[in-house]
Design a protein around this ligand. Sequence first.
Ligand code: SAM
Length: 243
Amino acid sequence: MNIEDKLTKPDSSPETYEIEDVAFIGRTLDEYVRMFDLDLDDLADASILDCPSGACAFVAEATKRGISAVGADVMYRSDYDDLDERGEVDIEMALEGFDGVEDLFEWEFYGNVDGVRERWTNAYETFIDDYPAGLASERYVPAKLPSLPFEDDEFTLTLSAHLLLLYADRLSHEFHVESLRELARVTENEVRVYPLADFEGTPYARLDEILDALEEDGHGVEIKAVPFEFQRGASDILVIDCA
Ligand SMILES: C[S@@+](CC[C@H](N)C(=O)[O-])C[C@H]1O[C@@H](n2cnc3c(N)ncnc32)[C@H](O)[C@@H]1O
């Protein structure tokens, strides 16, 4: 069974899938730095979009470091109490999903399931502490892919983790193409997407078609190795050059 499967409605098709049922969890800054191969010193003048941002610490931590960052997620339409409850529940449900499928993961970084819990709880607590002030100052923006409420080239760098290409069994190919085009539209320089495979480590089957579509739009595309692997085989990002 896939991690996070318990969080999704079993009878889902691309047409009927309730997108809000994707796990509302998030990663720490450290995880983002590794999975997107970021150098924070290079980002002092960047304007970063994290979409979907979920219960991530990235926006809060980047903001503390003086880096301009905005998180966008469909769940930010919910009120604070719902998010608070959902964040805690979803971490535990996601962790239960590791039972019996430990071999699908590389444990060097996290050590064990408790190590994952510690990081994701830390991320969630950092996010939820920052959320009320961040929502008020539009550092957190309710938004639903494939359409984003941002201007063309509003951000210099966009990061997108653990939605696109991962939930390939329930999000349509058209949704993927439209969403990636939309992320590229709002980005001046670069979009980075992680991972490129589903929970079993199976690469997204129609990635070539996605790359063709993005190239037809005039974007450069590159698959680049990153210094992070948790889902076995998921150690690459897609880089879309929008410049
Ligand atoms: C597993 S979390 C990933 C969060 C974060 N990027 C990370 O890597 O930890 C997936 C997120 O996608 C959000 N989501 C699902 N469908 C979406 C959509 N159509 N537009 C924006 N966010 C969406 C969910 O609310 C959830 O917070």
